[in-house]
Design a protein around this ligand. Sequence first.
Ligand code: F6P
Length: 342
Amino acid sequence: MRLGVLTGGGDCPGLNAAIRAVVRKAEGTGDEIIGFLDGWRGAIEDDVIPLDVQRCRGILPRGGTILGTSRTNPFKVDDGVKKVFATVEAHGLDAVLAVGGEGTLSASRALSELGLPVIGIPKTIDNDVNATDVTIGFHTAVQVASEAIDRLHSTAESHDRVMVCEVMGRHVGWIALYAGIAAGAAVILLPEDPFDIAAVGDHLIRRHQKGRFASIVVVAEGAKPKPGTLELPPPEIDQYDHERLGGIGSVVAEEIERYTGLESRVTILGHILRGGTPAAFDRMLATQFGVAAVDAAHDGAIGEMVALHGTKVERVPLADAVGELKAVPVDFADKLCGLFSD
Ligand code: F6P
């Protein structure tokens, strides 16, 4: 077979592990494989490189992606779709393995419905792709965020401060919830559950009246105040109509200080959660997904995505993975946060 692989959307730890697994499996099976540079851009512009095991040596623990990535959407570029088909045909590819999050996988689904042989591999630190328990990159992001919040505790205690820690999570709060619980935050603000800054302030005042002089507030970048409670500046929009966020932590810290009189500081972790070496879990997951995607290509499972269900890697239609995001169930978050916030 002849296969192509691309990484699209925001990068995350574990992309190189996925590329390496795809290439090793493909070469072991006698397939030839090329990589598209910068996600769908490489497919539109026929910007490709040959890949083999030698090229992938040493990349397993490396963050980022050797193929580069972009948020280019073929449906938003003039003749983009036609050009993708032409490139795939010119290279005689039997399948394109697209490693991506919601945006890249939505484009993959639409292209596969037009007849392009695409197979999806889910990645994103946000963990918001449906039909899979977890995506490549999520565990590393949670680990890095938890370690950072652990460090904020001691400085918060030394100064009797409220430390607000903003983490990525544009539409969903999986990182905020997992890292906040793992690192003992007093308050966790999720996009799924609009917050009232006065209620947050009252909770912190109660804590501090009980003698807790330091509090950690974890806020997902996409967290939203309840209507009419707090004004936020409007965000920019990208090619997939995604909002470019970042900065709500500063507003929350200022408002907490103003409302409670407690000295507050903000730390925005941002892209730190996307960089650097992947945790062992993500290396393993990426390897399993890469191998499974090549198997899927051999089985003709076009228009499908590999997914983790429990301990098993299975296949689901791309259509089941995109369209709607996998949000944090608010009752699940409430149960955990209620236990540990006092
Ligand atoms: O990939 C998901 C994500 O990390 C979101 O959490 C975040 O909002 C977004 O990407 C940032 O994207 P960019 O790096 O393009 O600004």
